[in-house]
Design a protein around this ligand. Structure first.
Ligand code: PEP
Ligand code: MG
Length: 916
């Protein structure tokens, strides 16, 4: 029988797949002997079963009874006991944290009778009734699907009638009145009474958490974060502890180091006399942890001891949620904390210095995405700026954009290509869509652990919170800046600095980040560009980690570049060659006429003239690129796009000539010839038509011209004492015979140029594997090929039969919703399908030529997950756009370290599944 329920004492931190992140860490803390309120976790497997069958698995009921009894015995209370009720919380907890995306229900076990028991036991009637009204409110919204505004309006209505300014002014009688009103709302909206049976409350809440896995906002979040829909969430049922029992009670969130700088110290927010999510919801402004020391020294000291213990135990920065109930500290959650990209690098390096982790581990503690965000430009320190106000820096970066005040505006303006900043009083999970669309997020309320801050940090989105100088009126479309008595409107441009918290009026110029300066110009330049010690520490940390990654990686990183400027840029970022130099753009612009001439030529001589005119032009292109990459390989791909791209558009040309005729003007013979040629070359599916090698085989002059230009450029540079290293790559090969013909042709030209120049020329000739047929016949093709480069863009296109120019905007959203895939296969390699073709091609190619060099030059070459896959299957290099080169270097290092530790594990007989 499948076990669906685990007591906290039964799990550990490595069981995140089964118990979710929260459950696994609650178990870990329980086993560390920390003060965790007792409870149990219902597994993700139970959730998956529920979502699959539409009902809870049969045995869950019985298992839960045993688990509840267990908790009851530990606490010496019974769930919902009228005299002294045990109360429980029900919270979601998936494998990956999804802040605020799913539901929580607190105070389960309260009803018309037990509320009185709680009143007696706590000696605090106001607290008891406040807890009860919160239960009905949360339960009504989450479990019974009642519009949450109905409860909020009732609450605000009561406060307005009584002239209150906040929730703390409400009396017991007010809360009792509210409970009656809430129960009426439940009855009116659902036709049934608020359930009084404690166990039914618990069961229904668990089911609601299962269901909340599939809300729109949870799905949207997962798509962004690439979390598979198939995982499901665990559910944690835990004894309630109360931070809202008056003075001496409270609830807080803290980090063992500063999540934005990494510095060790005590960072957190505390809210007195508050429950549950009040801190992160940004409802009231919070106190700092230093204030807690003054309020409750004992709890503060104990908290600090626990923070230290957790950081040493997890060997990482932890974030922690705690509650103090009448002077007693309780730990509600811990996990390895989310952090800014800069903090990730600093913390990793600091932990190496503190000898808590090895340098290999430090490399695995940072990601390519984090490095990417450090390469973003920053506000130019010297730029003129008008400061409007200042808030708390919550997620670094520099964002400039139009003010938008809600999701609709954010999405609409972004769709029009405008950059926007989402400005809200505070955000909640419903604002996710707007946060995704916006370049930056600005809130008037909430601290560094508010929803806006946590979610923006997770997304790498620039964010400033708690700018309480701002008064935001969404209905009026205005943002009033109190200190300046100035009103801004939706559509006005502002700039926000997520590193300092500053808010500026109008656009502000941006400059390179010091990390970017380091990457492109070296350590000294990077350190010199860093304006303070913190930033210098960051540059040093990136340097240490990236050079270590370089020393560990097996994959060579090349760049896709087709002009000398990009080649030089790629070199400065550490590219060790060019893996794809696309040559098609070299035939556009002024040169297009020459190709048109080739296509329209009456005879070979005329064609030949056009080709000849192109040779010196192409030669010049190649000299520039080979020189910029001197001493490093440059893979030049022979021309690839469909022939018709060099001709005018059929419809336009037909209309033009028809209009001419209608006006009685003469249409020339040349124009008629052109139209005939355009018609003759028209294709229904150009991507599957006359392109790639096929074009070169139909017009061999094209191949000869390109090969001659490459060989000439080689000779010219050699004569200048340089070390050019071109490689010729043939696109869209499907058969070994195609390759044989091209190879013979190319070898002949190279031999001719070598003879003319009187030097030996050795240029490898290889091909792209971008058709399934090439992958499955790679053992044949390898006979004629010196290297393979996997064109994973076309391999994805032809493997799936997806037109790469059409499908992403056409039906991919439906495919995400249906879980056909979680990420676009054009973005991250579909390892199971297209990846398998790559693996087959690699294995078959090497079965013919064991040392065959293998690379990837599709977009996937710069995608972290794909890079790990390519490293795992033993490819030699990846090639990506110049700006992705640093990311690819880091990820290739991470992949090598991950492979190494898996190998070590396999050698020691360990099982990956239980240690992952
Ligand atoms: C590919 O198909 O992966 C590739 C690199 O070629 P292109 O994108 O130019 O078709
Ligand atoms: Mg291609």
């Amino acid at each position: 029988m499948t076990k669906y329920v685990y007591a906290f004492s039964e799990g550990d931190k490595d069981q995140k797949d089964l118990l979710g992140g929260k459950g696994a860490n609650l178990a870990e803390m329980t086993n560390l002997g920390l003060p965790v309120p007792p409870g149990f976790t219902i597994t993700t497997e139970a959730c998956r079963a529920y979502l699959g069958q539409g009902e809870v698995p049969e045995t869950l009921d019985v298992e839960m009874t045993a688990a509840i009894r267990n908790v009851e015995n530990m606490m010496g209370k019974r769930l919902g006991d009228p005299a002294d009720p045990l109360l429980m919380s029900v919270r979601s907890g998936a494998k990956f944290s999804m802040p605020g995306m799913m539901e929580t229900v607190l105070n389960i076990g309260l009803n018309d009778n037990s509320v009185q028991g709680l009143e007696e036991q706590s000696g605090n009637a106001r607290f008891a009734w406040d807890s009860y009204r919160r239960l009905i409110q949360m339960f009504g919204k989450t479990v019974m699907d009642i519009d949450g505004d109905l409860f909020a309006n009732a609450l605000h209505g009561l406060q307005a009638r009584k002239g209150y300014t906040g929730d703390l002014e409400m009396t017991t009688a007010d809360l009792q009145e509210l409970v009656v009103e809430y129960k009426e709302i439940v009855k009116r909206e659902t036709g049934v009474d608020f359930p009084q049976d404690p166990r039914s409350q618990l069961d229904l809440a668990v089911e609601a958490v299962f269901r909340s896995w599939n809300t729109d906002r949870a799905r949207l979040y997962r798509r962004r974060e690439r979390i598979p829909n198939s995982l499901g969430t665990a559910v944690n049922c835990q004894t309630m502890v109360f931070g809202n029992m008056g003075a001496g009670s409270g609830t807080g969130v803290c980090f063992t180091r500063d999540p934005s700088t990494g510095h060790s110290g005590v960072y957190g927010d505390y809210l007195e006399n508050a429950q549950g999510e009040d801190v992160v919801a940004g409802i009231r402004n919070t106190l700092s942890l230093a204030d807690l020391e003054k309020l409750d020294k004992n709890s503060y000291d104990e908290l600090l001891r626990i923070m230290d213990k957790l950081q040493t135990h997890y060997r990482d920065m932890c974030d922690i949620e705690f509650t103090i109930q009448q002077g007693k500290l309780w730990m509600l959650q811990t996990r390895v904390g989310k952090r800014t990209a800069a903090a990730a690098f600093r913390i990793a390096e600091q932990l190496v210095q503190e000898r808590l982790i090895t340098r290999d581990e430090a490399v695995t503690r940072v990601t390519g995405e984090q490095l990417t965000s450090l390469l973003f430009p920053q506000f130019d320190k010297k730029a003129e700026k008008t400061q409007l106000s200042k808030g708390m820096p919550a997620s670094p970066g520099a964002a400039v954009g139009e003010i938008v005040l809600n999701n609709e505006q954010a999405v609409a303006r972004t769709a029009e290509g405008v950059q926007v900043i989402l400005v809200r009083s505070e955000t909640n999970p419903d604002d996710l869509e707007g946060m995704v669309a916006a370049s930056g997020v600005l809130t008037a309320r909430g601290g560094k652990t508010s929803h806006a801050a946590v979610v923006a940090r997770g997304m790498g989105r620039c964010c400033v919170v708690g700018a309480d100088d701002l008064l935001i009126d969404e209905a009026a479309g205005t943002v009033y800046v109190k200190s300046q008595d100035r009103t801004l409107h939706a559509g006005d441009v502002i700039a926000i600095d997520g590193t300092t918290g500053e808010i500026f009026a109008g656009a502000v110029a941006v400059t390179d980040s010091p990390v970017m300066t380091y990457i492109s110009k070296g350590l000294d330049a990077g350190l010199a560009a860093a304006e303070d010690a913190d930033t210098q520490e960051l540059v040093q940390a990136v340097h240490q980690i990236l050079t270590h990654a370089d020393s560990k990686r097996d994959l060579v990183v090349r760049a896709n570049a087709d002009n000398p400027e990009d080649a030089a840029l790629a070199r400065s970022f550490g590219a060790e060659g060019i893996g794809l130099c696309r040559t098609e753009h070299m035939f556009l612009g002024d040169r297009r006429k020459l190709i048109e001439q080739v296509i329209l030529a009456k005879d070979e001589a005329e064609q030949e003239t056009a080709f000849k005119a192109l040779v010196p032009l192409q030669e010049g292109d190649f000299i520039g690129i080979f020189a910029a990459m001197d001493g490093h390989s440059v893979t030049v791909r022979l021309i690839d796009p469909p022939l018709h791209e060099f001709l005018p558009d059929l419809t336009e040309l037909s209309v033009k000539l028809a209009v001419k005729e209608a006006r009685g003007e003469t249409v020339t013979a040349a124009e008629r010839d052109l139209l005939a040629a355009v018609k003759a070359n028209h294709e229904q599916n150009p991507m599957l038509g006359l392109r790639g090698v096929r074009l070169g085989l139909k017009l061999p002059g094209l191949i000869k011209l390109q090969v001659r230009a490459i060989a000439n450029a080689y000779v010219a540079l050699r004569q200048q004492g340089k070390d050019p290293r071109p490689e010729i790559m043939v696109p869209l090969i499907g058969s070994v015979r195609e390759m044989q013909v091209v190879r013979d042709l190319a070898s002949q030209i190279i031999a001719e140029v070598a003879a003319e120049a009187g030097i030996e020329i050795n240029i490898p000739i290889g091909n792209m594997i971008e058709l399934p047929r090439a992958a499955v016949t790679a053992e044949d093709i390898a006979h004629e090929s010196d290297f393979f480069s996997f064109g994973t863009n076309d391999l994805t296109q032809t493997g799936w039969g997806f037109s790469r120019d059409d499908v992403e905007s056409s039906f991919f959203n439906e495919y995400f919703d249906l879980s056909v895939f979680g990420t676009s296969p054009f973005e991250s390699i579909d390892t199971h399908g297209v990846g398998a073709l790559v693996q087959i091609g690699a294995e078959k190619g090497r079965s013919t030529k064991p040392g065959l060099k293998l690379g990837v030059c599709g977009e996937h070459g710069g995608d972290p997950a794909s890079i790990h896959f390519f490293a795992e299957i033993g490819l030699d290099y990846v090639s990506c756009s110049p700006y992705r080169v640093p990311v690819a270097r880091l990820e290739a290092g991470r992949a090598a370290i991950a492979n190494e530790s898996e190998l070590a594990l396999a050698r020691s007989g360990g099982d990956r599944a239980t240690t992952a």
